[in-house]
Design a protein around this ligand. Structure first.
Ligand code: SAJ
Length: 423
């Protein structure tokens, strides 16, 4: 087998990985179910709006296809398919199962199969392994199987895929070694081998759950400080002067994205299997899921102070994306905020410069012409840098700053009511 890498799933994780492997000299077979994506890649176009991909898109070294039999020509088969939760917050491993089945039908001796998708601890050695062994080949001997959690941070120019350390754990030592060998060649950072695929799966879940609980902590502090009249951003600035043991997180209108708002549910559900109740993780999810409603309540409080009613109030939503300067709306809190406002009879106009096709207007000025109140949900640089006098000129009466990213003092000086989350 030549040094060919097959990447299954060409999204925010798989496509950067495919580009990195091509950049490091591997032939790459990119497999996806989306024909439009396949055609775009084979025509030299990136199907996603991702800086790293745009800069490293060696499309002539990436052959995109939906034909799984192509993996027979590869040495490595890396699975980067989505692992969402359903509407009941339960893990949905259907994509991983489907990919494993398709791989199993084309599995070859000495294949090195690596799962990068975020899954709960035990998935690789319990679910994936048995599907692959239905090929008749023996895991750990005839083929090798490991987990190496993805650590992509879309839009992060400093921590690009080749710069981020990786953790690798196999279903046996040989699998760990063989998988680690690939990452040692493509990643310019530390590759850490852990005891098994379970420890590798648990590493990713823990690092993202750590973030979720810390965000929930600061969100609860923000709610408390709102009542106490304390400016939490000032307090975070103060606490951040502590050179050890404090790690700043920031309150906001909610926790979106396909990682932080999802991964904890994978562990919460898995732990039921061993009769453990993750009450703390559940509480953190509950707090973070309450932030969209909290943001709407802040607006209602400010409207009441002006003697205004939310019904028929003309409200502008700044930002649909789940985080700053990306066009990704997965699990964005904006959707819950819009839904709640509409349920209360408000007239909602959405503007996100990264999502023109999902915006009701084509510019900030057009938005300001049509609304009386603003709720900022995404701290895009366009909003952080906007000329605040524009708000005064367009008679904006209230600004709810869902990411505490605007100049509170200047807005108040303009005679506009300002409320942030915890300030
Ligand atoms: N958020 C807060 N307060 C914070 C940080 C984030 O409310 O202090 C919100 C954001 O607005 C967003 C959500 O949480 O709605 C998630 O933000 P994020 O910065 O964690 O962005 P993600 O979802 O892209 O997380 C990725 C993760 N990377 C991987 O899973 C490989 C995460 O582990 C990283 O920590 C994160 O990027 C990062 O640090 O940028």
């Amino acid at each position: 087998m030549d040094e060919t890498v097959a990447v299954i799933g060409l999204g925010y994780v798989g496509l950067p990985l495919a580009c990195l492997c091509a950049k490091k000299g591997y032939s790459v077979i990119g497999i996806d179910i989306n024909k439009d994506k396949i055609n775009k890649i084979n025509n030299g176009q990136s199907p996603i709006n991702d800086e790293y991909v745009k800069e490293n898109f060696l499309h002539n070294k990436i052959k995109a296809t939906d034909d799984f039999s192509e993996i027979k020509n590869a040495k490595y088969v890396i699975v980067c398919v989505p692992t969402p939760v359903n509407e009941k917050h339960l893990p949905d491993l259907s994509y991983v199962r489907e990919a494993s089945k398709s791989i199993s039908e084309n599995l070859q001796k000495n294949h090195i199969v690596i799962i990068e998708s975020t899954v709960y601890p035990g998935t690789t050695e319990e679910i994936v392994l048995s599907i692959l062994e239905s090929s008749g080949l023996k895991a750990g001997e005839d083929f090798f199987l490991a987990h190496c959690p993805e650590r992509i941070d879309p839009g992060n120019k400093k921590w690009t895929i080749e710069k981020i350390p990786r953790v690798v754990g196999g279903i046996n030592n040989k699998s760990t070694e063989k998988a680690a060998e690939l990452y040692g060649k493509i990643i310019e950072a530390e590759i850490v081998e852990v005891k098994s695929s379970k420890e590798a799966e648990a590493t990713k879940i823990m690092e993202n759950t750590f973030r979720d609980v810390n965000i929930a902590f600061i969100n609860e502090m923000a709610k408390s400080f709102d009542k106490a009249g304390i400016d939490i951003m000032d307090v975070i600035k103060g606490a951040s002067t502590k050179p050890f043991a404090f790690m700043p997180h920031y309150p906001g209108a909610g926790v979106g994205g396909h990682c932080i708002s999802v991964d904890p549910y994978y562990l919460i559900d898995r732990a039921k299997n061993y009769n453990f109740n993750h009450e703390f993780l559940k509480l953190a999810r509950k707090i973070n899921n309450s932030m969209p409603e909290y943001t709407v309540e802040l607006l209602e409080d400010e409207l009441k102070k002006l003697g205004e009613n939310i019904k028929n109030a003309k409200i502008g939503i700044l930002g649909l994306a789940y985080k700053a300067n990306v066009d990704d709306t997965r699990k964005s809190p904006a959707f819950e905020i819009i839904k709640l406002l509409k349920e209360k009879g408000a007239l909602v106009t959405v503007y996100d410069p990264y999502l023109p096709q999902k915006s009701a207007v084509s510019s900030l000025q057009e938005l300001l012409n049509n609304v009386d109140y603003l709720v900022l949900v995404t701290n895009h640089k366009e909003f952080k840098e906007m000329e605040l006098n524009l708000l005064k000129e367009n008679n904006i009466k209230i600004v709810i700053d869902g990411r505490n990213c605007l100049d509170k003092e200047q807005i108040i000086k303009l005679g506009i009511k300002y409320k942030g989350i915890g300030r």
